[in-house]
Design a protein around this ligand. Structure first.
Ligand code: PT1
Length: 277
């Protein structure tokens, strides 16, 4: 039997890599249309990503880029809930990108079936919120917190340390009642890591394949690609497709990306060469 990811009522085959499209619900500084406009824009973007072939959507109302500030609970709920409600019938599982247990509960009630937590359910009550929701979870490694994480990242052996952390968080999730088929792990590219750390994790991604959970990789448009190519964030889509393919080759089974169409094309070529479909 081929492995599957269970999220809500969805069963996703992990035989070939899945593409998770990124939907940011953050205020548009170039418009004064207000909250309704921000939500409508995010919903339209989510629908477009599904048309491009997204297998899942990741909806987030709090940026976790280096230097980002946290968003108050009420504001995060106001951003993500209308978008999740509007996209709930779109036909692919919805993930909510949050570290807050209350957002997890409310988002799953609104139609989300994956909880994507960059803090790996370490907040008080987060394990319980996730377990009682029945959703799948993505457990990610981060050193520090977004506001300050890139100040001075340091590791002895980055691959071993990130792996050990994820082993412990998978055990905690299972102890809380979350079944292995509902657990995804993520080394957290760019989260308290220098270029050398990100490259080591990518090179040795295969070492994360035996944690009993499928591996998600989020590299799209990140600064490590700027360091490699010298390009600004708006010109990193080619590098993003290349690195997504390398992550897939090294064992990633979910690719979190902005450019869904291009990533699906690259995966179609790879799958054809591998004889996968
Ligand atoms: C990720 C991820 C995420 N990334 C998961 N969720 C972001 N599971 C948000 C940079 O270096 O990789 N996995 N949710 C976005 N975060 C960043 C981090 C964006 C670093 C940009 C950078 O430029």
């Amino acid at each position: 039997m081929t492995p599957q990811l269970h999220c809500g009522n969805f069963r996703l085959s992990l035989e070939r890599p899945l593409v998770m499209g990124i939907v940011n619900v953050t205020p548009d500084s170039f418009s004064d249309g207000g909250r309704y406009f921000d939500a409508a824009r995010a919903v339209a973007h989510g629908r477009q990503l599904v048309d491009e072939g997204a297998d899942l959507l990741d909806i987030g109302g709090e940026s976790s880029r280096p230097g980002a500030q946290s968003v108050p609970l009420d504001e995060e709920l106001r951003r993500v809930l209308p978008v999740i409600e509007a996209l709930a019938g779109v036909g692919v599982p919805l993930s909510v990108d949050t570290v807050k247990p209350e957002v997890m509960r409310r988002a799953v009630a609104a139609g989300a079936s994956i909880i994507n937590d960059i803090a790996a359910l370490q907040a008080p009550d987060a394990l319980e919120a996730a377990a009682s929701s029945g959703a799948a979870v993505c457990l990610m490694h981060m050193q520090g917190e977004p506001r300050t994480m890139q100040a001075d990242p340091s590791y002895g052996d980055v691959v071993a340390e990130v792996r050990d952390f994820l082993v412990r968080r998978v055990a905690a999730a299972q102890a809380a009642g979350i079944a292995a088929e509902r657990i995804v792990v993520d080394p957290g590219f760019g989260f308290g890591k220098r270029l050398e750390h990100n490259l080591a994790l990518l090179r040795h991604l295969g070492q994360f394949a035996d944690l009993g959970a499928c591996v998600l990789a989020g590299l799209s448009r990140k600064s490590m690609l700027g360091q490699i190519t010298g390009r600004k964030v708006s010109d990193r889509d080619t590098a993003s497709v290349a690195v997504a393919l390398l992550a897939a080759r090294n064992g990633a089974r979910i690719l979190r990306v902005h450019d869904v169409a291009a990533t699906q094309d690259a995966l179609a070529v790879w799958s054809a060469v591998e004889g996968l479909r």
